[in-house]
Ligand binder design. Sequence first.
Ligand code: SAH
Length: 362
Amino acid sequence: MTPLDRLIRRLITQDGPMPVSLYMTLALQHPRYGYYRQAAPIGLAGDFVTAPEVSQVFGELIGLWMATVWAGAQRPGNSIMCEAGPGRGVLLSDALRAIRQALPDFEASTTLHLVESSETLRAQQAEALSPLAPTWHDSVEDLPEGPLFLIANEFLDALPVTQFIYTADGWRERMIGLDAENQLLFIPGTAPATSAAANGLGLPNEAAVGDIHEVQPGVLSFVREIATRIAQHHGAALLIDYGENSPFGHSTLRGIRSHRIINPLTNAGDSDLTVDVDFRAVRQVARSAGAIVQGPVGMGPFLHALGVETRRTALTKVADAKRAAVVDQAIDRLLDPDRMGKIFKVLAIAAPSSGSLPGFSS
Ligand code: SAH
């Protein structure tokens, strides 16, 4: 049992069952024991590997996407380049290297901003990105105003989820309580859940007993904020995550430890917690903030449309056979529909005056 497992049991004993969102907040963000505060989670030696960690091609193509959209927006000065949840800073280093070659004016017209909650990861980002003098923020609300070019890869899935469960008495918030053996378990709350609790998007009218509806309030406020800024000042955002273009009807909350899925109610603070992103809700919120939305499309087709095969050829041509095979395998992992190519989705938010965005045409 981790120190956080003990703390959570104590809180439930004192105060009664705990909302799933509070459990997820404590497990990931507790100032002392939270997963992102203490661990070095990302990479082969950590708990999970992300797309930028698989191949440099990912960050390079994302960088070129940003620069192309920036050029299409008449190259605004005072632009804000922001990554939310930059992990070890790999994506941005690859992206900015590619941008520097393709569009050297970009860097002089933008300042670099990072939204990151983990002190451990801020230190790693500082090291990876030191020549670029980034500024760190706790939230997108703290960003300066200006045309916003934002990327978030595997960020939204880490924001706390509120769950509702349909019971014989209607919708209830799904809570975490303790059984007679002092083990954590999911239980329905006692008070009826309201649509207000579902953050204005409403709870499904039709449901069967046992159905679960998930809402990520932090995702909705994040999307509302960036979409409002983009609609007002121009810019674009690329959100990449696992999820679907519909609500799920079941719980997608899971623990991840050493590259395996585990019970989310074990190892609090010592394992990652993650949910699938409801891209339909993201689209709804971004549109009502006045922005346009494209996607979600699968990551494989998106990278194909951005020219991943041309980049593959350029990289393998100059490598020896052994290195070329490594490059090939990594790119295949990103594209393969059975691995990362289909589960991961890409969604773009842009200003109403933007033309069609690269990667979303077909
Ligand atoms: N984008 C990176 C890392 C993904 S892991 C990659 O692709 O490799 C999730 C990242 O989001 C981590 O950097 C984590 O510390 C950060 N994060 C999670 N919740 C956050 C929050 N509420 N506010 C700011 N950053 C957060």
